[in-house]
Write a protein of this length. Structure first.
Length: 225
């Protein structure tokens, strides 16, 4: 048997060493980024920006689920971030403000983003105790859809009111704006598209072009009224 069969090619050694270095560099970069995310989350938590801290620590744990400190930080801040949004919603929905549904949509959308982020987390267990960490963000999708319908109806009715008050171009532009807002909340809401086009066209200022005689001998000119 030839000796060459038992020898490793120098080129193979070089490739293996290169791949090992690349792997180490990737791991080091991941650890560094994970550490940066965790420490930034701690700073945001200290500043009282719990929701921002929540998203940062979730991203950190997606990269390194076994980070016990990040797990503990998540356990601490997620109820704070959730509670802040829920408190906002209670105040908004208890008010009689005309834009309360618009603001409710914004709050429910933020809660849904928290829910989506939580679903991206891998299974979390404490690296020493192996106790699982579970967080539960309620599903607000139905409430969000209802808030969008309520907001769309509010702006739709305002558009109807503006459009019926007068044919004044500014009033019609206001109506068009309200119908457009309704459509932004619900894309095919009732006949808002038709009313939007009607109000938009009525809101365009038109110029009447009339001929007049030029008494300086240069023929007819035209003026806009």
């Amino acid at each position: 048997m030839k000796l060459s069969k038992f020898l490793i090619c120098p080129k193979s050694l070089q490739r293996s060493a290169f791949l090992a270095l690349v792997l180490l560099a990737v791991l080091a970069s991941a650890c560094s980024q994970n550490s940066m995310l965790y420490h930034e989350a701690k700073r945001e938590r200290k500043a009282g920006r719990y929701e921002r801290a929540y998203f940062l620590v979730v991203e950190s744990l997606i990269m390194k689920p076994s980070n016990a400190k990040a797990q503990e930080l998540l356990r601490e801040i997620y109820p704070m971030a959730l509670g802040h949004r829920e408190d906002n919603l209670r105040r908004i929905l208890a008010s009689n403000d005309g834009d309360r549904f618009d603001r409710a949509v914004a709050e429910y959308t933020a809660l849904e983003k928290m829910n989506i982020a939580a679903k991206k987390l891998p299974q979390l267990r404490h690296p020493k105790t192996h106790i699982p960490l579970r967080i539960t963000i309620p599903d607000y999708s139905q409430e969000l859809n209802q808030a969008k319908l309520d907001a769309a109806e509010y702006h739709y009715q305002k558009g109807i009111q503006f459009s019926l008050i007068a044919n004044d171009p500014q009033m019609q532009r206001d109506a068009a704006r309200e119908f457009k807002l309704a459509l932004e909340f619900v894309g095919d809401y009732k006949d808002a598209e038709m009313y939007y086009e009607q109000s938009r066209q009525r809101g365009v200022r038109r110029l009447a072009i009339l001929p007049f005689e030029n008494h300086h001998g240069q023929g007819k000119r035209y003026a806009g009224i």
